[in-house]
Design a protein around this ligand. Structure first.
Ligand SMILES: Cc1cc2nc3c(=O)[nH]c(=O)nc-3n(C[C@H](O)[C@H](O)[C@H](O)COP(=O)(O)O)c2cc1C
Length: 130
């Protein structure tokens, strides 16, 4: 929270997030909530998330819809801006491990999410100097 980081891996993570204007979180769901590894990674930092938009792509039985709701709350608490449209890939598990072809519904949802992310990225960037 202070930005006074000791470990090299925290400094590298901080620089990586600080230089970004927007984020897409790709998330599974564990026990109806977000993966603890994601919460841990987010919690390492604080001001780096401030006034930046976040979009979500979920996969799993219900497209990680419940995890995404928790993640919206998490990022809101860090004064980040969760965008409304999200991609929920229902019935898709660990999509990176096998060939994956997106459905038209998913592609349209991704287009909506990315468009909103761009709008908010442009709108919020000047406010980070205030
Ligand atoms: C302990 C545990 C709890 C899980 N809970 C959920 C769940 O609540 N909802 C869901 O859709 N999938 C659930 N899953 C399935 C995982 O989300 C699924 O295996 C996913 O592909 C894991 O992605 P990852 O390997 O990228 O972390 C659970 C799996 C485990 C091992």
């Amino acid at each position: 929270m202070t930005g006074q980081y000791t470990h090299d891996y925290t400094k590298a993570w901080s620089e990586h997030i600080a230089e970004a204007d927007a984020f897409v979180v790709v998330t599974p769901e564990y026990n109806y909530t977000m993966p603890p590894s994601l919460l841990n990674a987010v919690d390492y930092l604080h001001h780096e998330w401030n006034r930046k938009p976040v979009g979500f792509v979920g996969y799993g039985a219900v497209g990680a819809a419940r995890a995404i709701q928790m993640e919206r709350s998490l990022f809101s608490s860090l004064n980040a801006m969760p965008v409304g449209p999200a991609v929920t890939m229902m019935g898709v598990y660990a999509p990176l491990e096998k060939a994956f072809v997106a459905e038209e519904r998913g592609e349209k949802a991704a287009d909506r999410m990315l468009a909103e992310l761009q709008v908010w990225a442009q709108a919020l960037k000047p406010t980070r100097n205030l």
